[in-house]
Design a protein around this ligand. Structure first.
Ligand code: ATP
Length: 491
């Protein structure tokens, strides 16, 4: 095994806590992610994206947006407001039931999601080879959803199976209570119940209520989709794992409206396309992605899968793909009194379209990309940290480095940097040794470095250095822009 392979294996063997610690510290040090309002002690589960982070997040969102609205003639985008008429959330069922069951441990004073405790326990039983026990608990869990007192049923599963908190091993449980995740605020001068508005807990409803507006304005015929990227807010009971679970986060959602009866075919097509997007467009390792089929479906769904990613702390959801039937349009039809039906102009059929939705989180995906890309290896006998981000995702596409500032190399490099900046985000750096400068770029995932040296001045070529292999080749300075464009297409 080569030095570099050995170091990579060592880094992959780091404990999950250590990997997360390294990611959080790199993210802050290099300007990807800062704790929100840090000088005041921060705010739990709120984060700010720094200069590199905001560029990278924009790349992720642009790639998603283009994969929906450019690649599909029948998908258009919208940008709906965060606050809406509060009846939207009554119709959608969020006021009554966007609840999570929470349970407290009296001894440690820690709070948990009761459903998560049970799901973790089932997973552990399966991993320990106790399939029969896992099936029994799963059955009890499924029955709890339909129980008259589901809180009590969840409590009895937890206590009856001696389920303990995974982080502390303690299990001094209170009763289970339901907790609504929506943030409320008051609109206008008087704070009374009539002025309550909600910060949207998902972007989807902005799409459903605009179904007819978009269809008419864009002359869309079923099947068609509406895509949206935007902030959502959830007062999560259990926060944490850096940007994995935040109270303010961004969703990238697409609702695909179709004729009832065609949903399974569309579902399969979207399932395939969305999985491919992660591996082919974003370059995420195939083996770290997993499918999870929901056995316990939400009341509105007739089929649901999640795409999960192997984070350092466990395999967790990054995107949900749900067949939502006509639930949402039906609800909005009832609550608004407006007809939400679609009329097929060729057959004169009238129906409420069914919906297949793809719902991804931009922040979770950001963390998945960071943790997938993070590696430590050894180049030329020196250890380095490297983010093996796909060039499409990487915040900085290239660095332009004069070997020395003197002798005309600095000016030549600045000129190249100016030219490339017309089309790409590039960085000029002339501080410290060339090796240090390469490492600085490796650590932020810059896929290419162009070095201006003596030969550049003599014969007009620069060194192109590839981040992942640290190999170099010479290319003509006039071809650098073309080279970069070709590499980004190839990525
Ligand atoms: P979880 O079970 O992990 O809470 P969810 O099933 O409630 O997630 P959805 O309502 O399906 O999530 O939301 C779609 C996507 O939005 C998720 O796959 C995830 O990427 C993202 N998301 C949801 N909640 C959060 C959050 N609190 N912080 C960051 N991203 C989130």
């Amino acid at each position: 095994m080569s030095n570099s392979e050995q170091a990579r294996v060592q880094s992959q063997n780091l404990s999950p806590d250590k990997v997360m610690h390294k990611l959080v510290s790199l993210a802050k040090r290099r300007g990807f992610i800062f704790p929100s309002s840090e000088i005041y002690g921060g705010l739990s589960s709120c984060f700010d994206y720094g200069p590199l982070g905001s560029e990278m997040k924009k790349n992720i969102k642009d790639l998603w947006w283009n994969s929906m609205t450019r690649r599909h003639q029948n998908i258009v985008g919208i940008d709906a407001s965060i606050m809406m008429n509060p009846t939207v959330w009554e119709a959608s069922g969020h006021v009554a039931s966007f609840n999570d069951p929470m349970i407290d441990d009296r001894t440690t004073k820690r709070r948990y999601r009761a459903d998560h405790l049970i799901e973790n326990h089932i997973g552990k039983l399966v991993r320990d080879g106790k399939q029969a026990d896992a099936d029994r608990v799963k059955e009890e869990y499924e029955a709890a959803a339909g129980a008259e007192d589901s809180n009590r049923a969840l409590y009895e599963i937890i206590t009856g199976n001696c389920i303990k908190a995974p982080d502390t091993g303690s299990g001094d449980w209170t009763e289970v209570r339901q907790f609504n995740l929506m943030f409320q605020c008051n609109m206008g001068a008087v704070a009374d119940t009539a002025s309550i508005v909600y910060l949207r807990p998902e972007t989807a409803q902005g799409i459903f209520v605009n179904f007819h507006n978009v269809r008419e304005a864009s002359r869309m015929k079923v099947p068609f989709g509406i895509a949206q990227i935007g902030k959502a807010f959830r007062n999560e009971i259990v926060k944490g794992n850096f940007i994995f679970r935040m109270v303010e986060f961004e969703q990238m959602e697409m609702q695909y409206f179709l004729k009832p009866g065609t949903q399974l075919e569309a579902f399969e097509a979207w399932r395939e396309e969305r999985f491919r997007w992660y591996t082919e467009s974003l370059g995420i390792s195939r083996e770290k992605l997993h499918w999870y089929k929901h056995d316990k479906l939400a009341h509105y769904a007739d089929l649901a899968y999640d795409i999960k990613f192997e984070f350092p702390f466990g395999i967790e959801e990054i995107e949900g793909i749900h067949s939502r039937t006509d639930f949402d349009l039906k609800q909005h039809q009832e609550y608004s009194g407006k007809n939400m039906e679609y009329i097929d102009q060729t057959t004169n059929e009238r129906y409420l379209p069914y919906v297949v939705e793809t719902s991804a989180g931009a922040d979770r995906l950001f963390l998945a990309l960071l943790s997938d890309a993070y590696q430590e290896d050894v180049v030329d006998g020196e250890p380095r940290v490297i983010l093996k981000l796909s060039p499409r995702v990487a915040p900085v596409k290239a660095a332009v480095l004069p070997l020395m500032k003197k002798g005309g190399m600095g000016e030549k490099a600045e000129q190249l940097c100016r030219e490339l900046s017309e089309n790409f985000l590039v960085q000029y750096d002339d501080a410290a040794s060339i090796g240090k400068r390469y490492r600085r770029q490796d650590e932020i995932g810059t896929p290419f470095c162009f070095t201006v040296d003596h030969q550049t001045l003599e014969e007009g070529s620069v060194t192109a250095r590839y981040r992942d292999t640290a190999t170099q080749e010479r290319i003509d300075i006039s071809k650098v822009g073309e080279f970069l464009a070709a590499q980004l297409v190839k990525a």
